[in-house]
Write a protein that binds this ligand. Sequence first.
Ligand code: AMP
Ligand code: GLY
Length: 446
Amino acid sequence: MKVLLLGSGGRECAIAWKLVQSPKCNQLFIAPGNAGTSAYGQNVAIKVNEFDKIADFCKQEQIDLIVVGPEDPLVNGIVDYFEQIPNAPKVIGPSKAAAQLEGSKDFAKGFMTRHQVPTARYRSFTAAEYDEACSFLEELQAPYVLKADGLAAGKGVLILPTLDEAKKELKEMLGGMFGAASATVVIEEFMSGIECSVFVLTDGNGHYKILPVAKDYKRIGEGDTGLNTGGMGNCSPVPFADEVFMQKVEERIVRPTIEGLKAEGLKYKGFIFLGLIRMDRDIQHYHAGDPMVIEYNVRMGDPETEVVMPRIQSDLLDLLEGVAEGNLDEKSLEIDPRTAVTVVLVSGGYPGSYEKGKVMTGLDNALFTQGVVAPAQNAEKSILFHAGTALNANGETVTAGGRVICVTSYGDDRNAALAQSMRGAEIIRFDGKYYRHDIGQDLNKF
Ligand code: AMP
Ligand code: GLY
């Protein structure tokens, strides 16, 4: 098969690494890719939302399958776009209508309510309903959760400690703080507990596979302090997502979601990302220990993918073929029992402003695998998944983003995997490098 992967982050680097291990993968292109993805395939200078250019390229190269990394092209309808083209490649992802699960928080909450998927009580409001929205806030307990309905580059959720602050921020949001994305604001009850990320692959035919569970570390500072980022690290598996918990996730969340999509005629062949919380107290008729949904995303997580892909032993392309053809039930999913930890090295100043173009060294150290090496042979080595990197005119790898590179390691336990990623994180050098040393450490209490 000839495959085109869309995106340019650490997630796409990890998917590329995994795809080219498949004997079914004859050729891989990544659009636009980064300095890391070029080790696994050919980067193509096309942006993820340039559908016409993507279609021309697919025709020219006779691409069989398109794998979409980020949410933007999905929410913009790339699946529907290619469905209208005769002999077009199959696209892994939800239809535009189904991508509303991520594209509109109001739609996602309505969907969960219709299908009894456990989630926080909520209501949605527009600017004309400000007074009503304030009355609803008064019914809730602090802290207050406000969400821009539309995509806001991961910044559209505010959690406010007091009613006064919540009312003030609500006014700003409805007044255009996030542009059109916050013309509607979802207000919901606060859920208290610990979060994890569950990924489901579905073929739109009622079949699904639950991929390894991961835990994201979103804050910039150690001990989960400071500003929110795109993700500073991840680990998989997650000890509290044990068999009992996952059974509840499957029965109460995964199945109703898959059945709900079908019942509403929402075409979905792709990855579903469930942002879950394991409650630490009772809320509504849910109990401490139960899973509830914070949000749906219609793609893989980043940097979750950098630990999920390394733990999938089966052929990813074979699984995706099952997704495209609607026979995922005939495919097998084997999981590596080892723990994987990834640590993200970021540019100094991130998630605020930072400089780019810093020359990176240490990437060719013997501690890191070079090129594609199957997971079983990775035992002693770390894998580098590039995120914001580029090649400069001299052919040197330089920083080109806030999140620069992810160091993923395997271990018999979290501490061993983290220790190895720490060694790798030290060896890589660039001006302003910063990373967290405590990824996965909060899980030691479970
Ligand atoms: P984002 O990933 O930008 O949508 O941020 C959402 C984050 O806000 C989640 O990962 C949670 O940490 C937090 N959050 C969202 N909704 C709630 C809620 N109802 N209760 C508690 N925390 C929430
Ligand atoms: N790491 C969280 C996300 O991808 O949205």
